[in-house]
Write a protein that binds this ligand. Structure first.
Ligand code: ZN
Length: 455
């Protein structure tokens, strides 16, 4: 009897297991499904790449949702004029959706240079709106000089996040969104004024395919922008600058043609000799301006910066070249008389000899943004920074930004980046931002946006 009984028990156990195992599996699968479904939000923001940097020292930043989103944005390789912005814009659209913002994409000139606009509709949409501007594009990288891959957004043990665009200016583009989220969590589901968050494609190459034509469009006019916030510059202290004007920029191209021939001959009229004459003139001006700035302690806005940025020419070491070219990046001091400056440059063209041409491309002349009691937006901006106990002083931006187009349209624009205690690394190798600086910037923007959008 016993073996028979054992066999029956075994049979029942086997039957039970055959039925119950699939049921248990289904229950586990359902459980896992429900878990992922209910954690949909976190699975969207979970950043597997960031987890590579997870250590006890970095955990508080690596696991922070805002830092995760920022690092994901940094990983889009968005170099001006050579990028398909679609994946980056898909990411931005998702961010807008999560905040309930409408998204419109404009193509002012061509498909390669889109302008993405998010709109947070205000309770009084007839009031002039607030534009929070940033650019998606970044300058190219010389990857061999970087300690970390420039589009990996690697975080070190101090919370420094390395990526091209981390300072200029993907941080700001994401801080606007994070500030809006913070305001919504605070209960401000709708500002009084409509807020437009704009993302530009080509600021780093002048903005002539993005902001320039966009400002001239009917779509922009319909946005009824009353005030714009745009990019600023990092501060090495806890004292910040806000920029209400910028130095006009010039691209100056010098081309010299001359006698070509055997490298052993001393020809009179060579391209190199003539180009050298003009280059020396620019270098002399550069020395004088540098001395003015360093020795006489002029503010940077009151000196002209000159840099030789491109040199072209030559065929072989034993051939005197028929043509040579030099390109200069010049940012004029705010008190420069443009016509006088142009006359001086043109006189060098004549002095250098025949067959020398100097081409000057200037950025548009723009009015300054007034910063006094007559500008209500400025007063609100100041109120916000005062409440935050931030030292903010007005200054002249050393370079040109998309704000030039806004100011040219007589719309007030302030350049401001809340990058405290940060060495400026714009356009440099190993550009980085510290996670704490980034998070502090969200607080600063929350206060400023709340003030300027609700008066
Ligand atoms: Zn920039």
């Amino acid at each position: 009897m016993e073996p028979k009984l054992n066999a029956q028990v075994h049979k029942r156990v086997r039957k039970f297991l055959l039925i119950s195992i699939p049921i248990i599996c289904v229950i586990i699968a359902l459980g896992v499904g429900v878990y992922f479904y209910t954690n949909n939000e976190s699975s969207h923001t979970e950043d597997p790449d960031a987890l590579n940097d997870l250590t006890p020292a970095t955990a508080k930043w690596v696991q922070n949702k805002e830092i995760q989103l920022f690092r994901r944005y940094l990983r889009f390789k968005t170099i001006s004029l050579e990028t398909d912005f679609e994946p980056c814009m898909d990411f931005l659209k998702k961010q807008a959706d999560s905040l309930g913002f409408e998204v419109t994409i404009y193509y002012p000139v061509n498909k390669q240079n889109p302008v993405l606009v998010m709109t947070w509709k205000g309770s009084d949409p007839d009031l002039p709106s607030i534009m929070l501007n940033s650019h998606m594009d970044v300058v190219p990288v010389a990857e061999e000089y970087w300690e970390h891959p420039p589009f990996a957004a690697k975080m070190d043990e101090y919370g420094n996040i390395y990526a091209r665009g981390s300072q200029d200016m993907k941080s700001v583009g994401m801080q606007y969104l994070a500030a809006a989220r913070a305001l919504q969590l605070k209960g401000i589901t709708q500002p009084k004024r409509t807020i437009h968050l704009t993302y530009m494609p080509d600021e780093e190459v002048g903005g002539y395919l993005g902001m320039g034509p966009f400002v001239a469009s009917d779509a922009f006019k319909k946005m009824n922008v009353g005030f714009t916030l745009d990019e600023g510059y990092p501060s090495t202290t806890d004292h910040l600058e806000v920029f209400n004007r910028e130095k006009p920029s010039c691209k100056i191209t010098v081309v010299a043609h001359g006698h070509s021939g055997h490298g052993s001959q001393l020809f009179d009229d060579t391209a190199a000799v003539k180009l050298n004459y003009v280059v020396n003139k620019f270098m002399e001006l550069r020395r004088n301006e540098t001395a003015k700035w360093k020795e006489e302690k002029y503010p940077y806005g009151n000196v002209t910066s000159i840099n030789l940025t491109i040199l072209n020419g030559g065929l072989k070491s034993n051939v005197v070249p028929p043509e040579m070219e030099a390109v200069f990046d010049v940012r004029l001091s705010i008190d420069t008389d443009w016509d006088e400056f142009e006359r001086m440059i043109k006189s060098w063209e004549k002095e250098a000899g025949k067959n020398v041409t100097i081409d000057i491309q200037k950025s548009p002349k723009t009015p300054d943004t007034v910063i006094d009691h007559s500008n209500g937006y400025w007063m609100q901006f100041k109120k916000a920074t005062d409440e935050l106990h931030l030292n903010v002083t007005p200054g002249v931006f050393a370079a040109s930004t998309d704000s030039k187009f806004i100011r040219k349209a007589h719309i007030p624009a302030l350049g401001f980046s809340p990058l405290l205690n940060t060495p400026p690394k714009l356009h440099e190798h190993n550009e980085y931002i510290n996670a704490e600086t980034y998070l502090k910037g969200i607080e600063i923007y929350s206060k400023i946006i709340e003030k300027v959008a609700n008066f």
